[in-house]
Design a protein around this ligand. Sequence first.
Ligand code: SAH
Ligand code: F3S
Length: 481
Amino acid sequence: MNLEQLIVKDIEESKQGESLNLANKPNASRKMYIESYGCQMNFSDSEIVASILKEESFTTTQNISEADLVFVNTCSIREKAEQTIRKRLEFYNSIKKKGNKGMIVGVLGCMAERLKDKLLEEEKLVDIVVGPDAYRDLPNLIKQVDDGRKAVNVILSREETYADINPVRLGGNGVTAFVSITRGCDNMCTFCVVPFTRGRERSRDPKSIITECKQLVSDGYKEVTLLGQNVDSYLWYGGGAKKDFGKSSEKTKKESINFAILLDKVANTYPELRIRFSTSNPQDISKEVIETMIKYDNICKHIHLPVQSGSSKILQLMNRGYNRERYLDLIDNIKENIKDCSISMDIITGFCSETEEDHQNTLSLMDYVKYEFGYMFKYSERPNTPAARLEDDIPEEIKQRRLSEIIDKQMKHSLLRNQEKLGNTYEVLVEGTSKKSDDFLYGRTTYNSVVVFPKENHNIGDFVMVKINECTSATLKGKSI
Ligand code: SAH
Ligand code: F3S
């Protein structure tokens, strides 16, 4: 029997014959279980959801078999991600049918936005469907379900940033945390569903960002990652839609805060805090951001810079706003100015009309950059995106073969980058105990390399100097000095 079957059995036995009427149960005794899929933003959003429900006295549980509310925070980025989540929904439903009849199942996030009524009506898999901008409405939606109705709110907002909400840190390590600074995306890369599921881009009040960091520091956190779909387009000028910025007064423009200024403020206010950020869109990262990275030791020397393709023709079809040459100039600029800066990427293979020559261009770009690591995907057509109007004409076997070639190359580069570090000593922020042995700790360097080393008398949350003496393509191994 696998774990899922065991949980179902457990519920059948413990709740047999019991018909729960949750409407009569006080919130304080109702437990919420939340599962997150997809990007870091989803994990961060789940912490906002937990905070909103905590205000209503709900508690969280890590154990699905004792949950009264089960939420799944979903991802629509590729078809496979959606399939995984459908399977989870079927599993929750089997729990519901077999014992826990009163359990409320909710779909949050991008799939909620994309599939709306389909999830409620056709598939009858869920009770609540709520999009990423409607989490404040959750207490109401739960009441609707208690009253015997299905509940849905997928309204996207131009203003919502959940700025005033202090996230409940779920299942974290107490050392590193995400802080979201923008929501939505206005970029319209042709393959991407995010602008449709997460709506227009908006920036969060910098005061609330600083307040959240302050809270984290006082709770003992040592590292924050500032999050946005496109962090470099952060722009705060007292609220209001970004598109109106052009019409604002010179004074307002002078007082506005862009990403470089925000980064400077966070780094300067909390010199003990390590700062990361993600994701940088190559078309928007500015000279000022690079200068700010140089200015502060506590800003980590790693940039996630998704390239998607090494072919200018494909980049144009993707509407990425840069071509191969501009991307490579940017890489040169970063490498010249930030010593040993590590760079990672996302690449999509088999986008519409990608020829063998385009693919070779991607491989040669990788050879030039030699990324530290990367996330590589086969193109997956998403309904209603601009690219869905192009023909998804690369056969599956070719997409797969190109993907394998790219992954193989990246493995070699990751190994090479790690080998370059042998014999050097790095400061490692310890995040946890190694999965393989309790006698080892793991953490990351400023370059985002994962380092494993013997525990000795070090603890989670410590900064430890570690000399590297061994490596694989994924991990550095060493000893504290
Ligand atoms: N700006 C975002 C990007 C979100 S999507 C961020 O902050 O991470 C993450 C990655 O998924 C993209 O960079 C892209 O490489 C990949 N991706 C997006 N849409 C895709 C699609 N339709 N098919 C395959 N991969 C996709
Ligand atoms: Fe998607 Fe491009 Fe925005 S990848 S999230 S549309 S920057």
